[in-house]
Write a protein that binds this ligand. Structure first.
Ligand code: SF4
Ligand code: SF4
Length: 306
């Protein structure tokens, strides 16, 4: 049954893999072990262990399997009116419309499965690690995961079902073979977060780590303003990676904001501070979820704003 479901997801353009639900607990142990061995920054380990779903959901009483589903995603380019010009700022894949895409995958699965089967997506599952350990994806040296044909331009949804899953790949995290003789991402990373002598990223130096933090956390002084290339997240290493050569043109025009709207977004960090039409625009792109970080993140892209 599981094999048929996976095949149908592939036929719909997704890539998918399944693992037994018990792997969630193993992943908790994996993060704890990395933290104990000092291979993960203490703050990052705390954020992971507190923020991730590492237990089966109560909504699936006899949980048996996790399905990890990859869907291709473009870079979305937003436009902000500022001092008589248009400033274009990209958002990397995975940041937008995540909840909607998860619901779509959940619905597509529910339609394929018997009525009595439970299907629940886990929004905060360790999607990337599940994808890598299930064999669906492989890590790059930059700690971004890659899927053949999709590069790193995709989002992941993890769905828990009560379908049993006894026999599934579960391999140690491994790097793309190409990374052994390539350092393009390390050269492109402005902060030195990608070491050439070990697999783990120096997460505390990664721009993404800082610009996803709550908006009242200031950027550290060493993080130069012109190192930021995205509204949230960072694209330097992904754009330099040869694994992404075939998907680099996968771009979409995103929302456009007038100068007045840009002014509001530089200071408003709560939905109550926004006019209704701006709320709707942000909501239609799922950008409302990032409102709290927008004033800080946007200011570094607009001359004279910070
Ligand atoms: S996301 Fe940006 S800061 Fe982080 S490793 Fe890649 S290039 Fe460096
Ligand atoms: S740029 Fe090179 S080393 Fe970095 S992830 Fe891509 S293939 Fe690997």
């Amino acid at each position: 049954m599981l094999a048929e479901v996976l095949a149908r997801l592939e036929a719909m353009g997704h890539r998918a893999a399944a693992v037994p639900v018990g792997r969630l607990e193993e992943l908790r142990e994996h993060y704890e072990e990395l933290s104990r061995r000092g291979l993960l920054d203490e703050r990052i380990a705390r954020d992971l262990l507190n923020g991730l779903t590492l237990r089966p959901p109560e909504a699936v009483p006899r949980a048996g399997s996790l399905l990890v589903v990859a869907t291709t995603e473009p870079v979305v380019c937003c436009t902000f009116g500022w001092q008589g010009s248009d400033v274009r700022i990209p958002i990397p894949p995975t940041y937008l419309q995540y909840r909607r895409k998860s619901e779509e995958v959940e619905r597509a699965l529910a339609e394929q499965l018997p009525r009595e089967c439970h299907v629940t997506s886990l929004l905060n599952a360790p999607h990337k690690l599940l994808a890598v350990r299930s064999g669906l994806a492989r890590y790059g040296r930059n700690n971004i995961s890659y899927i053949p044909g999709f590069g790193s331009f995709y989002s992941l949804t993890t769905v828990c079902t009560d379908l049993p899953c006894d026999d599934a790949e579960w391999s140690a995290p491994s790097m793309l073979p190409r990374c052994e003789r390539c350092t393009s991402c390390a050269s492109a990373c402005p902060t030195g977060a990608i070491p050439e002598d070990r697999v783990l990223l120096r997460g505390e130096l990664c721009i993404t780590y800082w610009n996803e933090k709550p908006g009242d956390v200031p950027f550290p002084g060493w993080l130069a303003g012109d190192w930021h290339d995205s509204l949230v997240g960072c694209l330097h290493c992904q754009l330099a990676c040869p694994e992404n050569e075939a998907v680099l043109d996968h771009r979409e025009t995103g929302p456009s904001f007038t100068e007045d709207e840009t002014e509001v977004l530089l200071y408003a960090d709560r939905p109550d501070d926004l006019p209704d039409d701006l709320t709707e625009k942000l909501e239609s792109w799922d950008l409302l979820a990032w409102l709290g970080v927008l004033p800080r993140n946007l200011a570094v892209h607009l001359p004279g704003a910070d």
